[in-house]
Design a protein around this ligand. Structure first.
Ligand code: UD1
Ligand code: CA
Length: 461
């Protein structure tokens, strides 16, 4: 058995048709950069040695891929796809007996299963070069594969093609597998004598064919998988394909998605069986959801961990938070980074929390803001309670110990601590620590002027 090929991913081009400040291959699909999808596919093929050709915005690309375990080669100027491969010449020079899988960086939804047979065909045929082609209903924009003589091929780019050649339906997909020795010998022969004044990698097909090297197309069935993403509409279509594929996998693993087409689950998200997700939910970043949870509609959950039997009611936003078993959240709750809801706690309508550790069985059900707080167990936070955690310069902590009852409309001016079991009267502005089991009331006494309103009315008349 031949050794696995080395892979070379072409990722140096700007992607002009995106009309973006960001290089095309870093645009995300379900939270993961386009080129990272290609890298994942290559690893699923068992390919470990991966080179990425970078050029345009190379610092950004290298930074985005720094944890991918790939090597970078720099193509300082983007003079075409053949020129991009030449940038890797020094790295490849010591690997002449190996094979190189060259792939455009804009094929994010191609699956390893689809490409595996290419590798087998290449080694079985003992080919110098095997290139992927497909018969397309509308091959516009693709290079066309021309059989110049039996078993000899060339690829002609759309812009160079004659009207007859444009009628050819067999299109070049942008994936090539070749012997490194043959590739390196032929590459310097590629010229830029064409309408774009670029060095076309596709010229290798004709060059090697003419040298009586064995060059063969590997034909894949037409599908969305092999259409390069060249503009934002194609990006949207590719994302849709990926979403369907991924949501189907979740269903197969035992997750109920009530309307898969309206549910967006990014690539790094994990969900355990028997969880139910309602329509129009977005799960983003490194989110983990346990068993038997229920996420109702219009929620956005990002970089958060929900353990088991967590229920999120509609229109809640949860970011960077941890929700323990049997917690309830929403509707209309906003949990910001650093929030930890302990087992069985409940957070309701129009409550915002940030960097708050909210103890087991505690409740904050209406219209509150808790920031930089530590709340013990079985605490009741009355409607409209607000921690005043910021003085314009610094943030301060509020500590509320176990079984405290905070009356409605209370402001807790941090730093402040409310001792275990204490009560706070409604409408209080608490500026000093409250002792355990005390009652604190901090509001001006009510005064009453009898008949005041009647007298006022008479004066007017
Ligand atoms: C290329 C093929 C075309 C094929 C099509 C499939 C050539 C000349 N043409 O055309 O036959 O049908 O893909 O989608 O190869 N890149 C670099 N450095 C460069 C230029 C490009 O790294 O100097 C990278 C790009 O970032 C991209 C890939 O190469 O990932 C392909 O380049 P692109 O300009 O998209 O080629 P196409 O015009 O699509
Ligand atoms: Ca392309």
């Amino acid at each position: 058995m031949k050794r696995k090929p080395i892979a070379l991913v072409l990722a140096a081009g700007k992607g002009t048709r995106f009309k973006s400040n960001l290089i095309k291959i870093l645009h995300p699909l379900l939270g993961k950069p386009m080129v990272s999808h290609v890298l994942e596919m290559l690893r699923s093929l068992g390919i470990e040695d991966i080179l990425v050709v970078v050029g345009y915005q190379k610092e950004r690309v290298i930074e985005a891929l720094q944890e991918e375990g790939v090597q970078f080669v720099v193509q300082a100027e983007q003079l075409g796809t053949a020129h991009a491969v030449l940038a890797a010449r020094d790295k490849l020079a010591s690997l002449l007996d190996r094979d190189l899988l060259i792939i455009n960086g804009d094929l994010p939804i191609l699956r390893a299963e689809s490409l595996q047979p290419l590798i087998e065909a290449h080694f079985q045929g003992n080919n110098a070069l095997t290139f992927v082609a497909a018969t397309m209903g509308n091959p516009y924009g693709f290079g066309r594969v021309v059989e110049v003589a039996p078993g000899k091929y060339k690829v002609i780019e759309e812009r160079e093609a004659s009207p007859e050649e444009k009628r050819i339906k067999l299109a070049n997909v942008g994936i090539y597998l070749g012997r490194i020795r043959d590739l390196l010998e032929a590459l310097p022969q590629v010229s830029n004598d064409n309408s774009k004044k670029e060095y076309y990698l596709t010229d290798l097909i004709e060059i090697l064919s003419c040298q009586d090297k064995k060059v063969q197309p590997f034909i894949l069935p037409e599908s969305e998988e092999i259409v390069g993403v060249n503009d934002r509409f194609e990006l949207a279509q590719a994302i849709r394909v990926l979403q369907r594929r991924r949501n189907r996998e979740f269903c197969e693993k035992g997750v109920t998605l009530l309307d898969p087409d309206s549910i967006w689950i990014e690539m790094e998200v994990e969900i355990e069986p028997d969880t139910v997700i309602w329509p129009e939910v977005i799960l983003a970043g490194r989110t983990r959801i346990g068993r038997e949870c229920e996420i109702e509609s219009f929620c956005l959950i990002r970089d958060s961990k929900l353990k088991n039997k967590v229920h999120v009611f509609p229109s809640s936003v949860i970011e960077g938070s941890c929700l323990d078993d049997e917690t309830h959240v929403g509707p209309f709750t906003h949990l910001r980074p650093g929030t930890h809801l302990r087992r069985g706690s409940r957070v309701g309508n129009f409550v915002e929390m940030k960097k708050t550790d909210f103890g087991p069985g505690s409740k904050a059900l209406h219209l509150s803001y808790l920031g930089d707080s530590k709340v013990g167990q079985r605490v009741n936070i009355g409607a409209g309670t607000i921690t005043c955690n910021y003085d314009g310069l610094k943030k301060y902590e509020t500590v509320i110990e176990d079984e405290v009852f905070v009356g409605s409309g209370t402001q807790l001016v941090a730093p402040v601590k409310v001792g275990r079991g204490a009560y706070i009267g409604a409408g209080s502005t608490i500026t000093k620590n409250v002792s355990p089991e005390a009652l604190a009331v901090a509001r001006s006494r009510q005064i009453e002027k009898k008949g005041w309103a009647r007298r006022k009315k008479r004066k007017k008349e």
